[in-house]
Design a binder for this molecule. Structure first.
Ligand code: 5RP
Length: 225
Protein backbone atom coordinates (compact mmCIF):
# COMPACT_ATOMS: atom_id res chain seq x y z
CA UNK A 1 0.00 0.00 0.00
CA UNK A 2 1.17 3.55 -0.77
CA UNK A 3 2.17 5.78 2.07
CA UNK A 4 2.68 9.50 2.19
CA UNK A 5 2.90 10.86 5.68
CA UNK A 6 5.46 12.38 7.97
CA UNK A 7 6.14 9.13 9.86
CA UNK A 8 6.97 7.34 6.62
CA UNK A 9 9.18 10.17 5.41
CA UNK A 10 11.00 10.14 8.72
CA UNK A 11 11.37 6.35 8.61
CA UNK A 12 12.98 6.36 5.14
CA UNK A 13 15.23 9.27 6.09
CA UNK A 14 16.33 7.43 9.23
CA UNK A 15 16.97 4.23 7.28
CA UNK A 16 19.07 6.18 4.77
CA UNK A 17 21.08 7.76 7.56
CA UNK A 18 21.70 4.40 9.26
CA UNK A 19 22.87 2.95 5.94
CA UNK A 20 25.11 5.91 5.21
CA UNK A 21 26.51 6.36 8.69
CA UNK A 22 28.61 3.21 8.45
CA UNK A 23 30.17 4.53 5.22
CA UNK A 24 30.97 8.03 6.47
CA UNK A 25 34.49 9.03 7.44
CA UNK A 26 36.47 12.21 8.09
CA UNK A 27 37.16 12.85 4.40
CA UNK A 28 33.57 12.43 3.23
CA UNK A 29 31.68 15.22 1.53
CA UNK A 30 27.89 15.04 1.79
CA UNK A 31 25.41 16.72 -0.55
CA UNK A 32 22.04 17.56 0.97
CA UNK A 33 18.86 18.15 -1.02
CA UNK A 34 15.67 20.01 -0.29
CA UNK A 35 12.15 19.19 0.89
CA UNK A 36 10.22 17.67 3.76
CA UNK A 37 11.78 14.18 3.46
CA UNK A 38 15.28 15.63 3.27
CA UNK A 39 14.49 17.75 6.32
CA UNK A 40 14.09 14.52 8.29
CA UNK A 41 17.50 13.42 7.05
CA UNK A 42 18.92 16.78 8.15
CA UNK A 43 17.47 16.08 11.60
CA UNK A 44 19.43 12.81 11.71
CA UNK A 45 22.60 14.64 10.70
CA UNK A 46 22.05 17.23 13.39
CA UNK A 47 21.34 14.58 16.01
CA UNK A 48 24.31 12.36 15.21
CA UNK A 49 26.82 14.93 13.89
CA UNK A 50 28.99 12.36 12.04
CA UNK A 51 32.63 13.29 11.60
CA UNK A 52 32.83 14.29 7.93
CA UNK A 53 34.83 16.81 5.91
CA UNK A 54 32.08 18.99 4.47
CA UNK A 55 28.38 19.43 3.75
CA UNK A 56 27.04 21.15 0.63
CA UNK A 57 23.41 22.07 0.27
CA UNK A 58 21.00 22.51 -2.64
CA UNK A 59 18.97 25.37 -1.19
CA UNK A 60 19.03 28.32 1.14
CA UNK A 61 16.26 26.60 3.14
CA UNK A 62 18.32 23.45 3.78
CA UNK A 63 21.45 25.50 4.49
CA UNK A 64 19.53 27.50 7.09
CA UNK A 65 18.37 24.35 8.89
CA UNK A 66 21.87 22.89 8.91
CA UNK A 67 23.61 26.09 9.97
CA UNK A 68 21.09 26.89 12.68
CA UNK A 69 22.08 23.60 14.28
CA UNK A 70 25.71 24.71 14.35
CA UNK A 71 26.93 22.64 11.40
CA UNK A 72 28.89 24.30 8.63
CA UNK A 73 27.71 24.40 5.01
CA UNK A 74 30.43 24.65 2.35
CA UNK A 75 30.29 25.95 -1.20
CA UNK A 76 30.44 23.27 -3.89
CA UNK A 77 33.18 25.35 -5.54
CA UNK A 78 35.36 25.00 -2.46
CA UNK A 79 35.15 21.24 -1.95
CA UNK A 80 35.62 18.22 -4.17
CA UNK A 81 32.91 15.98 -5.58
CA UNK A 82 30.42 14.97 -2.89
CA UNK A 83 30.65 11.26 -2.04
CA UNK A 84 26.89 11.03 -1.51
CA UNK A 85 23.91 13.19 -2.40
CA UNK A 86 20.70 12.63 -0.43
CA UNK A 87 17.44 14.06 -1.69
CA UNK A 88 13.73 13.39 -2.14
CA UNK A 89 11.67 13.18 -5.33
CA UNK A 90 8.21 14.09 -6.57
CA UNK A 91 8.04 10.97 -8.77
CA UNK A 92 10.43 8.07 -9.33
CA UNK A 93 10.13 5.18 -11.80
CA UNK A 94 11.59 1.65 -11.84
CA UNK A 95 14.77 2.89 -13.52
CA UNK A 96 15.23 5.45 -10.73
CA UNK A 97 14.59 8.34 -13.11
CA UNK A 98 12.79 11.12 -11.29
CA UNK A 99 10.77 14.27 -11.46
CA UNK A 100 12.02 16.76 -8.88
CA UNK A 101 11.60 20.45 -8.30
CA UNK A 102 8.28 20.64 -6.49
CA UNK A 103 10.10 22.85 -4.00
CA UNK A 104 11.74 24.86 -6.76
CA UNK A 105 15.32 23.89 -5.91
CA UNK A 106 15.84 21.78 -9.03
CA UNK A 107 18.81 23.61 -10.53
CA UNK A 108 21.06 23.39 -7.50
CA UNK A 109 19.76 19.88 -6.83
CA UNK A 110 20.73 18.80 -10.33
CA UNK A 111 24.16 20.40 -10.08
CA UNK A 112 25.01 18.70 -6.78
CA UNK A 113 23.39 15.39 -7.76
CA UNK A 114 25.39 15.30 -10.98
CA UNK A 115 28.61 16.29 -9.26
CA UNK A 116 28.16 13.57 -6.63
CA UNK A 117 29.54 10.05 -6.79
CA UNK A 118 26.35 8.41 -5.47
CA UNK A 119 22.78 9.71 -5.35
CA UNK A 120 20.54 8.26 -2.66
CA UNK A 121 16.88 9.11 -3.25
CA UNK A 122 14.68 9.00 -0.16
CA UNK A 123 10.92 9.04 -0.59
CA UNK A 124 7.67 7.44 0.46
CA UNK A 125 5.92 4.96 -1.81
CA UNK A 126 3.33 7.49 -3.03
CA UNK A 127 6.13 8.84 -5.24
CA UNK A 128 6.65 5.54 -7.09
CA UNK A 129 5.16 5.58 -10.62
CA UNK A 130 5.20 3.39 -13.72
CA UNK A 131 5.60 6.41 -15.98
CA UNK A 132 6.81 9.88 -15.06
CA UNK A 133 4.69 12.89 -15.90
CA UNK A 134 1.63 13.12 -13.72
CA UNK A 135 3.54 15.51 -11.47
CA UNK A 136 4.29 18.71 -13.43
CA UNK A 137 7.81 19.23 -14.71
CA UNK A 138 9.31 22.37 -13.17
CA UNK A 139 11.34 24.42 -15.63
CA UNK A 140 13.56 27.16 -14.18
CA UNK A 141 13.85 30.03 -16.63
CA UNK A 142 15.69 33.31 -16.96
CA UNK A 143 12.81 35.77 -16.26
CA UNK A 144 12.89 37.51 -19.69
CA UNK A 145 12.50 34.13 -21.44
CA UNK A 146 9.47 32.94 -19.47
CA UNK A 147 6.76 33.50 -22.10
CA UNK A 148 8.94 32.22 -24.92
CA UNK A 149 9.81 29.02 -23.03
CA UNK A 150 6.14 28.56 -22.10
CA UNK A 151 5.13 28.74 -25.79
CA UNK A 152 7.82 26.22 -26.68
CA UNK A 153 6.44 23.89 -24.03
CA UNK A 154 2.98 24.17 -25.63
CA UNK A 155 4.55 23.20 -28.99
CA UNK A 156 5.89 20.09 -27.22
CA UNK A 157 2.37 19.21 -26.04
CA UNK A 158 2.68 20.55 -22.51
CA UNK A 159 0.41 22.83 -20.49
CA UNK A 160 2.65 25.40 -18.80
CA UNK A 161 1.72 27.36 -15.72
CA UNK A 162 3.79 30.20 -14.28
CA UNK A 163 4.57 29.61 -10.58
CA UNK A 164 3.36 33.07 -9.60
CA UNK A 165 5.34 34.90 -6.94
CA UNK A 166 8.07 32.28 -6.73
CA UNK A 167 11.70 33.30 -7.19
CA UNK A 168 14.33 30.58 -7.13
CA UNK A 169 17.47 30.79 -4.99
CA UNK A 170 19.18 31.76 -8.26
CA UNK A 171 16.85 34.72 -8.86
CA UNK A 172 14.92 32.99 -11.65
CA UNK A 173 11.29 32.04 -12.31
CA UNK A 174 9.62 28.65 -12.61
CA UNK A 175 7.11 27.27 -15.10
CA UNK A 176 5.31 24.05 -14.10
CA UNK A 177 4.47 21.99 -17.16
CA UNK A 178 1.71 19.36 -17.14
CA UNK A 179 0.61 16.78 -19.71
CA UNK A 180 4.05 15.98 -21.09
CA UNK A 181 4.39 12.47 -22.49
CA UNK A 182 7.58 11.31 -20.79
CA UNK A 183 7.96 7.82 -22.28
CA UNK A 184 11.69 8.55 -22.78
CA UNK A 185 12.49 11.01 -19.98
CA UNK A 186 16.17 11.31 -20.98
CA UNK A 187 15.26 12.67 -24.44
CA UNK A 188 12.73 15.10 -23.03
CA UNK A 189 15.15 16.35 -20.41
CA UNK A 190 17.65 17.21 -23.14
CA UNK A 191 15.01 18.74 -25.42
CA UNK A 192 13.86 21.12 -22.71
CA UNK A 193 17.44 22.00 -21.84
CA UNK A 194 18.00 23.05 -25.46
CA UNK A 195 15.40 25.84 -25.32
CA UNK A 196 17.20 29.19 -24.90
CA UNK A 197 16.35 30.72 -21.56
CA UNK A 198 15.97 27.40 -19.74
CA UNK A 199 18.32 27.08 -16.78
CA UNK A 200 17.36 23.53 -15.79
CA UNK A 201 14.33 21.26 -15.72
CA UNK A 202 12.96 18.87 -13.12
CA UNK A 203 13.48 15.66 -15.12
CA UNK A 204 16.35 13.74 -13.56
CA UNK A 205 17.12 11.07 -16.15
CA UNK A 206 20.66 11.97 -17.22
CA UNK A 207 21.49 11.83 -13.51
CA UNK A 208 19.29 9.14 -11.98
CA UNK A 209 19.46 7.92 -8.42
CA UNK A 210 21.84 5.06 -7.60
CA UNK A 211 19.92 3.98 -4.50
CA UNK A 212 16.30 4.36 -3.48
CA UNK A 213 15.20 4.23 0.13
CA UNK A 214 11.43 3.72 0.12
CA UNK A 215 8.76 2.08 2.28
CA UNK A 216 7.29 -1.29 1.35
CA UNK A 217 4.42 -2.65 3.44
CA UNK A 218 5.25 -0.02 6.03
CA UNK A 219 8.94 -0.94 6.27
CA UNK A 220 11.71 1.19 4.72
CA UNK A 221 14.02 -0.72 2.40
CA UNK A 222 17.08 0.14 0.33
CA UNK A 223 16.99 -0.65 -3.39
CA UNK A 224 20.03 -0.41 -5.66
CA UNK A 225 20.13 0.08 -9.44
C1 5RP B 1 12.53 20.11 -4.16
C2 5RP B 1 12.47 18.66 -4.53
C3 5RP B 1 12.04 17.71 -3.46
O1 5RP B 1 13.00 16.72 -3.33
C4 5RP B 1 10.74 17.09 -3.85
O2 5RP B 1 9.80 18.13 -4.08
C5 5RP B 1 10.22 16.15 -2.77
O3 5RP B 1 9.85 16.87 -1.63
P1 5RP B 1 9.22 16.20 -0.35
O4 5RP B 1 10.30 15.39 0.30
O5 5RP B 1 8.78 17.38 0.49
O6 5RP B 1 8.05 15.36 -0.78
O7 5RP B 1 12.75 18.26 -5.62
O8 5RP B 1 12.87 20.90 -5.26
Amino acid sequence: MENSNSETKQAVARKAFEYLNSKLHKDCILGIGTGSTTNFFIQELIEHKPEIKAIVSSSLASSKLIEEAGLEVSELNDVGAPDFYIDGADEINDRFEMIKGGGGALTREKIIATASKKFICICDSSKKVKMLGKFPVAVEVIPMARSYVARQMVVKGGSPEYRVGFVSDNGNQIIDVRNLKLSVPYDFENEINNIPGVVANGIFAARKADYLVIDKNGVPEILEQ
